[in-house]
Design a protein around this ligand. Structure first.
Ligand code: 2OX
Length: 476
């Protein structure tokens, strides 16, 4: 063998041995110090709990709730929590809102009951949004609840109330902080690096404070991490994740925090997910036919009720407001592709929820009480998507969540090769008629009378006994 051929063989052998370890996209072509720390999904108990929870609520609550999208008589149609930016409000003026932070109707136990009744297993709370106002009494800034007329720790009361109801609490944290003078969106001068080094320490202190004050926190969901300054500090984002994981055993961190050695985000330069789950599905969902690759990693989507309002906005007539059934469909859609779904709420400045949100929470809750079996602990079923709705699966039980009843009154199901359908029922146990109509293909009869809301059917997927071939493809 020529020398160059020997080198080629060695290289090929090297690539082959890498691919033995790798699943899916997992290859290490580019050496990274701050890339993904793992190939594939985390499988420890905390991660399994995160995954099986499946449905969560998001809470966006901060000073922005007070103006509710209006500044100096002008209503801004953009996201209410971005008002400081839309109306170019200087920090000093914005922080005057702290004098009005006194949510008279805030009742953490009522919030926890609302979440429980909605059927959510976890709640993600904005500890600090881009504005920089903290819902906990942080030692590291004056912009906190402690310096408002209300005085009390909002976050601490919520953690306790939710946990008392058995609901996990996740922390939203914006790294970008519009009120810290040391924050930089890019680092171009020596002065920028000095300021940003101070800002890194401030952020680390706040995160250590959150992790130690509230050790029952299950997840940190980072936001405001897209600026160049953070992309140039990939080493620091890796260090933050490591610090939190040392402080809180089992804690889960979203993909949005990290940047690798080259400033690549979410997926590192080798295409491997950083953090524990992908958090890029914001107000959108993967295509249920084309994007089944998302089932290779854990992910969580988050959704607003209007088009794009996270914080409280006083005028919801400015954009389309989703109906409860549309939100339910998005929840099922996410689970059918192996993801979690978080539905957002923007509480009013008085500490109560607007009527529309209360209605949505209770409508989702009553559907979940009946049909939650197809959501909690469920995953991608591995079956071909059909137009009537979505499949989910738990072990050998497959669920059909029907959102579009066909005129034929028959639900088409294509089974995996080597498996057969058995024991088809409504969730309440009522058996349904079904029959095999072609190779691996079945019809299930729509229940009669047809339920007046999206309904769920389940069946057992059994291994096929050896049998003679009944169906044959045409020769063409
Ligand atoms: C949009 C365009 C440019 C820069 C940032 C955004 N952005 C930020 N969009 N949404 C956000 C924040 N993430 C959501 C979870 C909310 O907190 C929203 O304010």
């Amino acid at each position: 063998m020529k020398y160059s051929d020997r080198i080629k063989t060695l290289l090929l052998a090297g690539l082959f041995s890498l691919s033995v370890f790798s699943q899916v996209t997992d290859t290490v072509r580019i050496p990274l110090k701050y890339g993904a720390e793992r190939f594939g999904k985390r499988q420890d108990e905390a991660m399994q709990r995160f995954r099986s929870n499946r449905l969560g609520a998001f809470i966006h609550w901060g000073l922005y709730a007070i103006p509710g999208g209006e500044w100096n008589g002008k209503v801004y149609p953009g996201a209410a929590e971005w008002l400081k930016e839309w109306a170019k409000v200087p920090t000093k003026d914005w922080m005057n809102l702290m004098k009005e932070w006194n949510p008279k109707n805030f009742n953490p136990e009522a919030w926890a009951r609302m979440a429980k009744d909605m059927g959510v297993k976890y709640v993600k709370i904005t500890t600090k949004h881009h504005e920089g106002f903290c819902l906990w009494p942080s030692k590291y800034t004056k912009y906190t609840v402690a310096n408002t007329p209300y005085k009390k720790d909002i976050l601490g009361q919520l953690v306790k109330a939710y946990n008392d109801e058995g609901i996990d609490v996740h922390f939203y944290f914006s790294v970008m902080d519009w009120s810290n003078p040391d924050y930089r969106s890019d680092i171009k001068t020596r002065e920028d690096s000095i300021a940003f080094a101070k800002f890194r320490i401030f952020t680390e202190n706040q995160l250590r404070e959150l992790a130690t004050r509230y050790p029952s926190v299950k997840d940190f969901w980072f936001d405001g991490t897209w600026d160049n300054s953070i992309k140039k500090n990939g080493w620091w984002t890796a260090r933050i994740e490591k610090m939190l994981k040392e402080l809180v055993p089992g804690v889960i961190v979203n993909s949005r925090l990290r940047a690798d050695d080259y400033g690549k985000r979410h997926f590192d330069s080798n295409g491997n997910l950083m953090g524990d789950y992908e958090s890029g599905y914001e107000r959108k969902l993967p295509d249920p036919v084309k994007d089944t690759k998302v089932t290779d990693w854990d992910w969580e989507a988050c959704m607003t009720v209007p088009e794009n309002q996270w914080g409280y906005h006083k005028d919801w007539s400015l954009s389309y407001v989703k109906t409860p059934v549309e939100i339910l469909e998005q929840i099922v859609h996410a689970v059918s592709m192996g993801g979690n779904m978080v539905v957002n709420f923007g509480p009013q400045p008085d500490g109560d929820f607007r009527d529309e949100e209360k209605h949505i929470a209770s409508a989702i809750g009553s559907w979940m009480a009946k049909n939650g079996e197809c959501i909690y602990g469920c995953d991608y079923a591995g079956l071909e998507k059909q137009d009537w709705g979505y499949f989910t699966r738990k072990g050998d039980i497959v669920y059909l969540a029907v959102f579009n009843k066909p005129y034929s009154d028959k639900l088409f199901v294509r089974m995996k090769k080597g498996s057969v359908m058995a024991d088809v029922r409504m969730l309440d146990g009522t058996p349904l008629k079904f029959r095999e109509i072609a190779a691996d293909s079945y019809y299930i009869n729509v229940p009669s009378p047809t339920p007046s809301e999206p309904f769920v059917i389940k069946f057992r997927m059994e291994k096929q006994a050896p049998q003679q071939k009944q169906y044959k493809n045409a020769l063409t």
